[in-house]
Design a protein around this ligand. Structure first.
Ligand SMILES: [Zn+2]
Length: 213
């Protein structure tokens, strides 16, 4: 609750900040604090790093209320590819490594209902389980004790949950009743995303809606 409040406050503060794409000139642009008049670059400000962006606030104003001056969004892979000539050698190496990891990852993912086994029964309930083997983390979909699919897990994988449920729907149709995340899977499935549990619930509700048709 408290964290949600701060997130909302933070969002309001960000509304007036300058928004940069990663390949814009944010390293040299001069930012100005309207409250105290400080001027400086993004990196001279007080920089906070998040998963999808970093922001820079006035380093002079009181930390709690320092105006946020600018936000830089991290690039998607597509943006990196389009701006490859602007990247340093180490950024290029990071990009290639990121692409390699994603390709390996996606190669393990369920793509089609044809990869799933035929199962008997009119009402099928699956569990969405989580397993660590060595340095790899897997999503394991089980029907009772039987493992019907295993793939590399992605952190905060709620969108992947929906994709897999849609493939299960295609395979099993109205016989699909539910896909139940185990407690072990929840940390990875929900992560730090406060809306993820509601999202997963709504995907599960859509299965039940589909079953009644
Ligand atoms: Zn200031």
């Amino acid at each position: 609750m408290r964290r949600g409040l701060w997130a909302a406050l933070g969002w309001r503060m960000r509304m007036s900040a300058t928004q940069f794409g990663y390949f814009d000139d944010w390293r040299t642009a001069i930012l100005r604090c309207d409250r105290c008049g400080w001027t400086g670059t993004f990196e001279e400000g007080s920089v906070q790093y998040y998963r999808e962006l970093m922001d820079s606030s006035c380093p002079v104003c009181d930390a709690w209320s320092a105006p946020m001056l600018a936000i830089v969004s991290y690039p998607t892979i597509e943006e990196c590819e389009a701006n490859r000539e602007k990247m340093s050698e180490s950024e290029k190496r990071n990009l290639d490594e990121r692409k390699r990891i994603i390709a390996t990852w996606e190669s393990t993912w369920l793509k089609s209902e044809e990869e799933l086994p035929d199962l008997a029964g009119l009402s099928l309930v699956f569990t969405w389980d989580f397993l660590v083997e060595g340095s790899d983390r897997f999503i394991v979909i089980k029907f009772g004790e039987r493992e019907i699919w295993r793939e590399l897990a992605c952190y905060e994988g709620k969108i992947r949950f929906k994709e897999v449920v849609n493939i299960l729907k295609k395979k099993y149709g109205s016989r699909l009743m539910d896909v139940v995340p185990t407690p072990e899977s929840e940390t990875f499935l929900y992560g730090d995303d406060w809306g993820a549990s509601d999202f997963v619930d709504s995907v599960r509700a859509s299965i039940r809606g589909c079953g009644r048709e």
